[in-house]
Write a protein that binds this ligand. Structure first.
Ligand code: NAI
Ligand code: MG
Length: 331
């Protein structure tokens, strides 16, 4: 009997989102794993057409699926992706940054995992205008979310052969909020005696990542710092076109490139599909399709190594040609 297909909700979104998601879907299909893809609208174009950026039907589709593949939204990103992450209860944003052979980059030895807390911090949405000239934003840090993310990061490190986890913070200034985050990390770390646990201030981590990213294996941090450091890491390895991410929670999983809708290159076949294709690999792994995930990653790495890539990496291929090149190498 053929395997029951995995239900995947596909939200292409705006700009290059649908272009790179189409490439990832071609790869997923080419693995031979049985999928039932259902496409849903969201984003700027959806807002213009329907009056809402994230329709109820899209949210229902995401909640009902085994996994969600998301491209990018434009100006409505906060209304779409932040809401999806919240509704799906995905408390982790897992952002790998790994340099690839064949890709010219600043720091070819980079290979780190950034584990970003995904539900609170300054992204909790508590912003207020006190007077026309004074605004405030509230930073939310809780024991529950901090212990949960620390435990996830340490557990992930142990399961993936890493020996060190760095908790990144700014507790010297944010004494109460990051003080609490750090206290939670410290409390959880001894549960993993085989791992080295260290702490570092976010500003110095930014500098050290540029000078020598091999100092870091797994970084666990709060929402805003994780957002910024993962783009910094993307810069070290050759750009946003290469960085996938996974939003994971107890019941749901959503996979999305770190990049946005890139309106400057949208609609021209210039978008690098690598990040989205690597999201596809992460999605496969999440579903337990380890062999298919490894095949996609290997084929992708071979294309990068032989410079069968898009123009941002110095190649000559369009988005869909780059996807086809990966499919050809799928062993
Ligand atoms: P961006 O990631 O869209 O683009 C930054 C730069 O990187 C641009 O020069 C773009 O051409 C380039 N780039 C990005 N992805 C690429 C790819 N796959 N291949 C080749 N080049 C690529 O970030 P930006 O410009 O700050 O934001 C543009 C829009 O995207 C904004 O409306 C923003 O709100 C939205 N955004 C959405 C996100 C999401 O949906 N999760 C995340 C970040 C931004
Ligand atoms: Mg970002």
């Amino acid at each position: 009997m053929p395997a029951k297909p995995y239900q995947v909700a596909v939200i292409g979104g705006d700009g290059i989102g649908p272009e790179v998601v189409a490439a990832a879907l071609q790869l997923l299909q080419a693995t031979g794993v049985a999928f039932d893809f259902r496409a849903y609208p969201a984003g700027d174009d959806c807002l213009a057409a329907t009056g809402v950026a994230l329709p109820a039907e899209t949210l229902q589709g995401a909640l009902a699926a085994d996994a969600v593949l998301f491209g990018a939204a434009g100006n409505t990103a906060a209304d779409v992706i932040l809401r999806l992450r919240a509704e799906l209860g995905t408390f982790v944003n897992l952002r790998p940054a790994k340099a690839y052979a064949g890709v010219d980059c600043l720091r070819p030895a980079t290979d780190m995992m950034i584990v970003r807390e995904n539900t609170e911090c300054i992204y909790a949405g508590h912003e207020n205008v006190l007077t026309p000239e004074v605004t405030i934003a509230t930073r939310v840090i809780t024991v529950a979310a901090s212990e949960r993310i620390a435990r996830f990061a340490l557990d992930w490190a142990g399961r993936h052969g890493r020996s060190k986890v760095t908790a990144v913070h700014k507790a010297n200034v944010l004494r109460k909020s990051d003080g609490l985050f750090l206290a939670c990390c410290r409390r959880v770390a001894p549960e993993y005696p085989a791992l080295k646990y260290e702490e570092a201030l976010v500003d110095s981590v930014a500098m050290r990542m540029v000078l020598d990213p091999t100092q870091f294996q797994v970084i666990v941090t709060t929402n805003l710092f994780g957002d910024i450091l993962s783009d910094l890491a993307a810069g070290l390895i050759g750009g946003l076109g290469l960085c996938p991410s996974a939003n994971l929670g107890p019941a749901h999983a959503l996979f999305e490139p770190v990049h946005g809708s890139a309106p400057d290159i949208a609609g021209q076949g210039l978008a690098n599909p690598t990040a989205a294709i690597l999201c596809g690999a992460m999605l496969l792994r999440h579903l337990g399709e380890e062999r298919a995930a490894a095949r996609v990653e290997k084929a992708m790495e071979q294309c990068l190594a032989s410079r069968e890539t898009t123009a941002d990496l110095g190649g000559k291929l369009s988005t869909s040609e780059a996807a086809q090149a990966v499919i050809k190498r799928l062993g």
